[in-house]
Design a binder for this molecule. Structure first.
Ligand SMILES: NC(=O)c1ccc[n+]([C@@H]2O[C@H](COP(=O)([O-])OP(=O)(O)OC[C@H]3O[C@@H](n4cnc5c(N)ncnc54)[C@H](O)[C@@H]3O)[C@@H](O)[C@H]2O)c1
Ligand SMILES: O=C(O)C(=O)C[C@@H](O)[C@H](O)[C@H](O)COP(=O)(O)O
Ligand SMILES: [Zn+2]
Length: 363
């Protein structure tokens, strides 16, 4: 079992990672002082059917917990205010009160949406993150919760930390290869931010699937440690935390442009390549490192060329990014393998790098 501790102005919380960690859930709720409360399992309709989710709910029911489920259709297209409202009504139908607890069982979409509901229902109720995708090693930590608007990703939300994160690597055994690659994009991102050893490992031995869930705990924990270290220094993204957004300024725009036919990780992979080219062209990132970034993503079956020719449409979507200021566009750009810097970027630099990436001219 690996335990990481996250600091938060609203209360510190543990991140527990292990193969079989789901079995700790009833005891964990007890330890958190959430015994004898109703448990609302918020999930999506795909995850709801998995043996993992069934076992989790049954285990809670067996120990006498009042447990009910609210499931919405899977996918980022449903991470919106309409779905949140349906969940609020569902909670009310079940007589869910302030002291009761929400369990977010699913990938990043479930985590962001259930966390947002937890932050806002009756002005805030406790919740626990139970991630079930590889990508959610990122989303379950740090308390960024929210929903998309038609204009862009995550434009409405809050910083609202969970009471705990319980990551059972066995949950990942049912992920298909596309979801696996999606998750690897954020693992690679964490390596680019602050873990050269992990980056080297992924270059030499790409991780194509779960393998032994007990052994995978170590790889996962390396990536999670990068996230925890950053969040512990800057919970509310006043500065440093922006590094976690590397690849996302362009990534969110292409994800939105695709109407969510691109997965979040796939979009971030494209964003990482374009942003690495921007950094290389302005002399902030050695060309060889930009090439390594594109290569390691490709080795994990991730796209590296933006599929959409309409660069102006993508630039318009970049305009709503939350990092920008009155001084212009703000990007988190890779400066080396293991280091990301916050920079002001001109739209023309993005246009040029996007076109280069489309042509496959990685430095
Ligand atoms: N809050 C944050 O800090 C943060 C960080 C990263 C990403 N995100 C958000 O996370 C979202 C992407 O997360 P995601 O990639 O996990 O997407 P997702 O939650 O949509 O899950 C992807 C797909 O996998 C399925 N799935 C989930 N668990 C499964 C399992 N164990 N077995 C089989 N199928 C399973 C889901 O039903 C879904 O179809 C985006 O909305 C992104 O913005 C948030
Ligand atoms: O936790 C963070 O901070 C991140 O930037 C992690 C990202 O992987 C994640 O996609 C996050 O939701 C992006 O946040 P946003 O504020 O740019 O929407
Ligand atoms: Zn992300």
């Amino acid at each position: 079992m690996i335990r990481l501790d996250v600091r938060s102005a609203q209360g510190a919380y543990p991140v527990l990672v292990d193969a079989g960690a789901r079995r700790l859930l009833p005891g964990l709720l007890q330890e958190l002082g959430l015994a004898d409360r109703k448990v609302a399992v918020i999930t999506d309709e795909m995850v709801q059917k998995t043996a993992f989710a069934r076992e989790l709910v049954d285990a809670l029911a067996k120990v006498g917990r009042g447990v009910f489920e609210l499931a919405f259709p899977a996918g980022d297209a449903h991470k919106n205010l309409g779905t949140a409202v349906q969940i609020y009504h569902g909670l009310l139908r079940h007589g869910f009160r302030r002291g009761d607890v929400i369990l977010a069982v699913g990938g990043g979409v479930v985590g962001d949406l259930a966390g947002f509901v937890a932050a806002t229902y009756m002005r805030g109720v406790p919740y626990v993150q139970v991630p079930t995708t590889l990508l959610a090693h990122d989303s379950a930590i740090g308390g960024k919760v929210g929903v998309n608007l038609e204009e862009g990703k995550n434009l409405v939300g809050a910083f609202y930390p969970p009471r705990a994160v319980l990551f059972d690597t066995e949950a990942l055994s049912t992920l298909d290869s596309r979801q696996w690659s999606n998750g690897m994009a954020e693992v690679i991102k964490h390596a680019i931010i602050a873990d050269i050893i992990l980056f080297d490992q992924l270059e030499t031995n790409p991780v194509a699937g779960l393998g032994d869930p007990a052994e995978f705990v170590d790889v996962l924990a390396r990536a999670m440690r990068v996230k925890v270290d950053v969040v512990n220094q800057d919970e509310r993204e006043t500065g440093l935390r922006q590094v976690l957004n590397v690849g996302h300024t362009v990534g969110h725009a292409v994800e939105q442009y695709s109407g969510y036919s691109l997965g979040h990780g796939e979009a971030v992979a494209i964003g990482l390549v374009v942003e690495a080219i921007i950094a290389a062209r302005r002399g902030c990132l050695p060309e060889v490192d930009a090439a390594r970034i594109a290569a390691v993503l490709a080795r994990h079956a991730l796209p590296t060329r933006p599929p959409y020719p309409d660069v102006d449409a993508v630039l318009r979507l970049i305009e709503v990014d939350k990092k920008h200021t009155h001084d212009g566009w703000t990007f988190a750009l890779p400066a080396a393998i293991g280091r990301v810097e916050i920079c002001k970027v001109q739209p023309d630099e993005v246009r040029q790098a996007y076109e280069e990436a489309r042509e496959g001219h990685h430095p």
